[in-house]
Ligand binder design. Structure first.
Ligand code: ADP
Ligand code: MG
Length: 283
């Protein structure tokens, strides 16, 4: 499917000129960022993913929908090899992640160190916030660039302040996770993921644990990122977000991606019976 022209201002371009961000050029909007071929995964006899093919363009905002158990989380987890697929490939801008084809037709598995470096390109935000309980918000954000990217402490602090401001939490920089609401913790988690300067953000039901008011604040931040050109794949039940922010809706059933559509068409004229049934429950 041809996508509409995308916002040309990338989130990366807006960040201050801080060490942690100097080495990743903004992607060309519309170029292919994520390439997934034949992704297949079973848990015992349960087929969680069945031959999933997916292409996400730089700047594209994709919302992934599907009933519980349809394979959404497994797909997201396979994209950064948190879950190792039984078959298939994942590549970021053509660079394979996890399993790399060789010129002799064989496959090579990335070492943990190689995988760790490639994974930095993908930020992930889960339903549970998973912040470090013993670190203040600022340090939760700064720790990745500091420990993993080995950036100077002052630059990491500047970056963390900038990102906490971006998620509207600058006044909470010195608080510990237990002093923050669930929505605030989730926004710190988003800032923490952004601190690694990812090319792609994956959100797996980021607001499922939150009440409606806190949900709004978190989805607002994700929508702002979307408007600034961040490429993202979002599993969410927030239909309004899908309408307002998504370029593409993907629908999964029993481990298969069975529909790819624009939000307007998906919600008003779904192509598949399964999507129609799903919508009759959620709308
Ligand atoms: P969704 O996120 O759409 O709710 P999941 O990807 O979590 O779906 O699950 C897809 C299927 O795979 C389900 O049948 C689920 O029970 C199964 N599954 C997922 N993770 C595991 C696991 N770690 N062990 C066993 N079965 C799993
Ligand atoms: Mg899930």
């Amino acid at each position: 499917m041809k996508l509409s022209p995308l916002n040309s201002v990338s989130f990366n371009q807006r960040q201050p000129n801080i060490d942690a961000n100097i080495d990743r050029p903004a992607q060309e909007p519309g170029s292919s960022l994520l390439q997934v071929h034949g992704l297949t995964k079973s848990f015992g006899r349960v087929p969680a993913l069945v031959d999933v093919n997916l292409n996400v363009q730089a700047g594209e905002k994709v919302v992934l929908l599907g009933a519980s158990g349809s394979g959404k989380s497994t797909l997201l987890r396979c994209l950064n090899w948190l879950e190792v697929p039984d078959a298939g490939t994942v590549a970021i801008e053509g660079e394979y992640l996890g399993r790399v084809p060789q010129s002799n037709g064989q496959w090579r598995t990335d070492s943990p160190a190689e995988l760790a470096i490639k994974r930095q390109q993908i930020g992930m935000v889960f339903q549970s916030f998973n912040l470090f309980a013993h670190l203040r918000a600022l340090d939760n954000v700064a720790i990745g660039p500091r420990k993993v990217l080995k950036r100077p402490p002052a630059a990491c602090r500047d970056l963390a302040h900038y990102l906490l401001d971006r998620v509207h939490l600058s006044h909470h920089a010195d608080k510990y996770p237990w002093q923050l609401s669930g929505g605030e913790q989730q926004r710190v988690a988003i800032a923490r993921a952004l601190a690694m300067n990812p090319k792609l953000m994956l959100f797996d039901e980021p607001t499922s644990a939150l009440d409606p008011c806190l949900t709004h604040d978190v989805m607002q931040v994700i929508q702002e990122l979307a408007e600034e050109g961040m490429t993202m794949l979002v599993v969410t039940h927030e239909v309004r977000f899908a309408h307002q922010a998504a370029d593409t809706v993907l629908f999964m059933e029993q481990g298969q991606l069975i529909e790819r559509n624009t939000p307007t068409n998906f919600f008003h004229r779904p192509q598949t019976d399964a999507a129609q049934r799903f919508l009759s429950y959620v709308l």
